[in-house]
Design a protein around this ligand. Sequence first.
Ligand code: NAI
Length: 257
Amino acid sequence: MTSTQQPRIAIVTGGGNGIGRATALKFAEAGYGVAVWDLAEQAAEEVVSAITAAGGVAIARKVDVSKPEDCVAGVAAVLERFGRIDVLINNAGVVRDGQLVKVKDGQVVGQMSADQFQFVLDVCLKGVFNCTQAVVPTMIAQKYGRIVSTSSVVALYGNFGQTNYVAAKAGVVGMTRVWARELGRYGITANAVAPGFIATDMVKSIPEKVYNALIEHTPVGRAGLPDDIARAYLFLADDKSSFINGAILSVDGGSVI
Ligand code: NAI
């Protein structure tokens, strides 16, 4: 994994379920010490148990990424246990879909609420800002860091009913490029992954018709798996990926080409 004696340490936000869970397991398998952060504390603890049972090293912590104080306290706990932080995987995310304005028979019958908009921004955009700001002083002191954030293909192309989510995920692209410029000089890279359609709880409410259409528009002919994204995170987090900075890596089976 690394050329150093000490194992690298990675924080995975939203590490209790879906893509984050697969990521925590994959990093542990690759020899990283892993901090699994999630709002769902029990899910995070279960991931840690699985890692420990397989001979890996991990800690769980309840962190709400939308709260800066949770992120700062989480960083202190990781430093207390491991003494360093090499990788931050900004993976936690939520959806609260709704049309900007919904019209039926020529009448406005609904709209995305301000709360609905703000909630998704708080987790998917401000959460990425909060976690990154909390870990960067440590990475600067180490002169080493890998920040990998989760955008989405919808940030690049839009998606019906997702004004809030698309705004947040496009914001992640922008922040990643800023951090690539600001932090590169300290040995820190900032990149993002833009997953396509990945079969997790987040997308389980998609109607069958829409699901089938999504698969049809994916050249490789299948939905993505959490492990497909975990592999991309691991690649971008590698020591040897030091010249990849400010990149947005689509992992979508070719669905948007
Ligand atoms: P998921 O819903 O399976 O897992 C998300 C995890 O984030 C859960 O464990 C949840 O408890 C945690 N979480 C939610 N709010 C949190 C908060 N405030 N603080 C800390 N943890 C919180 O979702 P999935 O599919 O694994 O998504 C992971 C990332 O990938 C998200 O950022 C999502 O937006 C992104 N993504 C997912 C796609 C998909 O098709 N599943 C497509 C494109 C992007």
